[in-house]
Design a protein around this ligand. Structure first.
Ligand SMILES: C[S@@+](CC[C@H](N)C(=O)[O-])C[C@H]1O[C@@H](n2cnc3c(N)ncnc32)[C@H](O)[C@@H]1O
Length: 340
């Protein structure tokens, strides 16, 4: 057993490393958006207070047995440095794309992959190179997200674990993850539920391939390419359906379809867990960060997402109001089918 104080300290140090790594990225962003003023020092100070609190809270959760410390991310230094070099060199291309506001800059392999996908999806989300359409993009993705969130993306994604742990029956459950991306949250669930069979679905074949490589050590996880709004699974197959950071990238109409599809796939008493960006006034101290995000990154549906409360949308579409909890810039909503 590893000491929880040590975990907290290592996570804070890890956030410090990602903060340092973010400095050149911030300079790229400044080049791309010269008229956007930087956040005020008080806002940044408050953000860091929140970051420290989040690491303290996670250490407490691990101490209380909410999930195992093995679910955390411990990067290997050499791999991490190599990955950072790739993120930085790609950062120049991202900054140019940002500056020129090129949102459909897909060529070669990426263009071929994107041809069969819906218009809302076939774009450079976040201005990232190749959008969701290449393995290179998938390999950079988690590192880019950790830099964006000063090393708190993992702890924010792990906010799905406490509701799952408290509501999933023990034993051989079936979990479906919609929009698994490069598989980070998938691994957290695989570590936390060693007997569960997990199906990870994403629209992107290259991201699924990279997720599959990352989760080679977990044979109970399988990977399916598909559209979360309309899957091929039969009704009531899963004990839990989970999505992490999928909703804010969907137009409202598709968000609604995903909720209905998730509900259809759940068994009676199954659990729906949706983790995504915080929304306006969830934590008024952080409204500035939510307003700033789509001014920098290409996030065409985010402005609608942050004012369309997930709790209200879920209540309206599936008939039950979810519980919710906040972890820094992430909100997790959960609801059990058949329980009000
Ligand atoms: C912001 S990323 C989040 C990925 C991952 N869950 C994470 O925590 O990093 C959104 C993911 O949703 C996927 N996605 C978007 N629309 C989708 C859809 N209609 N069906 C399935 N996957 C979709 C994208 O390919 C991408 O991998």
């Amino acid at each position: 057993m590893i000491s929880t104080k040590l975990i907290q300290g290592l996570n804070i140090a890890r956030s410090g490393v990602y903060f340092l790594e973010s400095l050149p990225v911030l300079a790229f962003n400044r080049f791309a958006h010269p008229h956007l003023p930087p956040p005020a020092p008080e806002q940044v100070q408050l953000l860091w207070k929140h970051i420290l609190r989040v690491h303290e809270r996670e250490a407490g959760r691990i101490e209380a047995g909410a999930y195992p410390w093995t679910a955390l991310d411990w990067e290997k230094p050499w791999q991490h440095l190599r990955s950072y070099a790739e993120v930085l060199s790609d950062g120049v291309k991202v900054a140019l794309r940002m500056r020129l506001n090129k949102t459909k800059d897909l060529g070669g392999e990426a263009a071929a992959h994107s041809a069969e996908t819906p218009d809302y999806y076939a774009r450079n989300f976040h201005f990232q190179t190749d959008g969701y359409f290449s393995e290179d993009s998938a390999r950079r993705y988690d590192h880019q997200v950790e830099i964006l969130f000063n090393g708190t993306a993992g702890v924010m994604r792990r906010s799905i674990l406490p509701p799952l742990v408290s509501l999933l029956p023990p034993g051989n459950t079936r979990i479906l993850e919609l929009g698994c991306g490069a598989g980070s949250a998938t691994r957290y669930m695989a570590e936390t539920f060693p007997k569960a069979k997990i199906t990870a679905l994403d629209m992107s074949a290259p991201y699924l391939k990279v997720a599959q490589e990352k989760l080679r050590a977990y044979p109970r996880v399988d990977f399916v390419q598909g559209d979360a709004t309309d899957t091929d699974f039969k009704d009531g197959l899963f004990d839990a359906v989970v999505s992490v950071y999928l909703m804010h990238e969907l137009p409202l109409e598709e968000r609604v379809k995903v909720l209905h599809e998730a509900w259809r796939l759940l068994k009676p008493a199954g659990v729906l867990v949706v983790a995504d960006s915080l929304q306006i006034d969830d934590d008024p101290d952080l409204n500035w960060a939510l307003e700033r995000f789509p001014k920098i990154y290409h996030e065409p549906f985010y402005k609608n997402y942050i004012v369309t409360k997930l709790e209200d949308l879920m209540e309206r579409e599936i008939g039950t109001r979810p519980d919710s909890d906040f972890t820094l810039l992430t909100k997790v909503c959960w609801v059990q089918k058949g329980k009000s």
